[in-house]
Every structure is written in C-alpha cells, then in structure tokens.
Design a binder for this molecule. Sequence first.
Ligand SMILES: C[S@@+](CC[C@H](N)C(=O)[O-])C[C@H]1O[C@@H](n2cnc3c(N)ncnc32)[C@H](O)[C@@H]1O
Length: 308
Amino acid sequence: MEQGAFTADGCSVEVYRLLPPGDEPGIVHAAAPPGAPILELGSGAGRVTHALLELGHPVVAVDDSPEMLAHVRAETVCSKIEDLRLGRVFDVVLLGSHLVNTASEADRAAFLATARAHVAPGGRVLVEWHPPEWFDSVRDGQGGTLGEVDVRLGQVVRDGDLLSAVVRYSAGIRWWSQAFTCRRLDLQTLKAALTSAGLTFERWHTEDRTWFSASPEWPATPTFVSRGGQLSTMCVLFVISHTRSFRGGVLQLSLILGLVALIFVVATVLVIAEDRRAARRAAQRRQARLADLGEIDPLAARKLKLDR
Ligand SMILES: C[S@@+](CC[C@H](N)C(=O)[O-])C[C@H]1O[C@@H](n2cnc3c(N)ncnc32)[C@H](O)[C@@H]1O
C-alpha cells in the first residue's frame, strides 16, 4: 500500500490531511483577540490553520516538511522551529501538538525561545502539552476515532520521565504508524523552562489543563542580562591579566566596569523604547483590522490613546 510522505518526526502527511480540526481552533480562537494574527509552529498540513483562517485570523504556518506545507492555504515558512527568526511579531504564537513535551531539553528550550522571539508585547504564546497525569493514564490499545481515522496506541514503554509508544492510524483499508517518545514535565519544570525563555506562565485555557498560555516577560531581559554578565567578566579577566600594580588595577577595573554599566543602561533604555514602539504598532494593526471587520475594541482604543 502506498503510504505517502512522512515528516522528519514521523508524521504521515496523508493522516494529517484526513484528521478533522477537532477542538483546537476553537480553543485558540477563544484565547486570541478578534482577527489577531497567529504564528503557528508545526502547522502540518493546515488542519488547524484552515479553521483559524475561517475564524478570521491571518495565520503564518511554519513546518519543516515541504510535503505538509504543500497543502496549506496560508502564508507558509518551511523551517525548523528552532532556527526560525522572521523579524516579525504576532499577537499569538501557537505551539501545539505537544511539541513542548519533546524528549530533548535543548529542543524544548529552542522551541520556547522561538515562540518568545515572535510574540508581540502584550501578546501570548499558546501551548498544548501532555500534563503529568496523562503519562499515568496511557495504556496499550487506548484510542478512538477522529473523523474517518481510527487512532490506537500500542507498544507503550515507560523509562523514567520518558514515554515511548507507537500510534497506529487506519482509515478504511489504509493504515500508517508513527513511533514517538515524549517527556513528562512537572509544572515546576515547565515553568522553569518558560522562564529561561523569557516567558511567564499565564493561565490554563482548558479544564483538562492540556492548553495553557504564557506571556512575554517585558522587556526580553534574560539573554541581555547574561550578555552583560559575560562582558563584565571578560573585562575583569582582561584587567587582572594586564595590570602590574594593585591600585592601577583597581582604577582600571572601576573605569571599565563603569563603562560597561553605562552601555548596559543605554541598551536597556533602547530595548524598552523598542518594546513600547512594537506594542504601539501591534495595537494600531489590531485596531485597523477591527475597523475592517466593523468592530471596535475598547481596550485597543484606550491603549492607543494612552500611548500617544
Ligand atoms: C503531530 S504533527 C501536527 C500538525 C498540526 N499541528 C496538527 O495538529 O494538525 C507535528 C508537525 O510538526 C512538524 N514539526 C515537528 N518538529 C518540528 C520542528 N522541529 N521544526 C518544524 N516543524 C516541526 C512536523 O513536521 C509535523 O508536521
């Protein structure tokens, strides 16, 4: 049987074309301002993308599978999530499909860093994850029907925080399988990963706690602070290795650290100013979109007045 193309992480393109949109578009729509642009990371064949477009959201769909993206009727970007830097920000960044439960700490950090880099000030990152209790509930043979596709789990193996399994999809006489491994994260670990990426846990969006949002810390300080720390340390080492007298060394060190502090303060002011400008631009775009839709967003209108 011809199974069609598969993605690098083992998803069948055909399966994702057959699966119905389910609840996801409604959850995302409810968490987004009306008409808000959305960056969808790991969009697949557009199962959720197309429904979001119908709900009035311009979507930029990102995936590293050209075969998946060939079916998406929206702006697409073929890229690994971890490498993506569009130089644009969005009111909502969507990281669905439990990608945050990746077994690799480095990939998780990179996914969240990408989400942080593309979320507008005042926007939110919406994440779908497997909460810890899901890992206890998973059993061989578990599954159900999604549209015309029967979905069944098998070969479930637990190894500490890791859970591996094989999903078998079937539709009529056709079938596909996908092996995956994911990592259980407790809430503390999840929040720490968000914080490291410059995000703050905001709230749950579903009763079963499978969807949550995170907001960008303001301004994006973590990288900035660590760069400042690295620069100061390099200056200290430089002075120590180049001075002969103690007093001369202290004087030089004070001068250099004073200079670093000055650069740091100026850069902080610039970052804050840029964040404020980006927030104002995002609010203006939101209001223009709402005007197009014939609606008025009182919050955006108030914000614009305050910002002027
Ligand atoms: C499970 S599918 C879900 C697709 C879509 N979100 C949906 O719910 O229909 C995961 C998608 O994410 C993409 N993906 C996984 N890891 C990725 C990465 N590191 N960079 C870009 N795309 C990735 C895969 O190619 C695949 O299309």
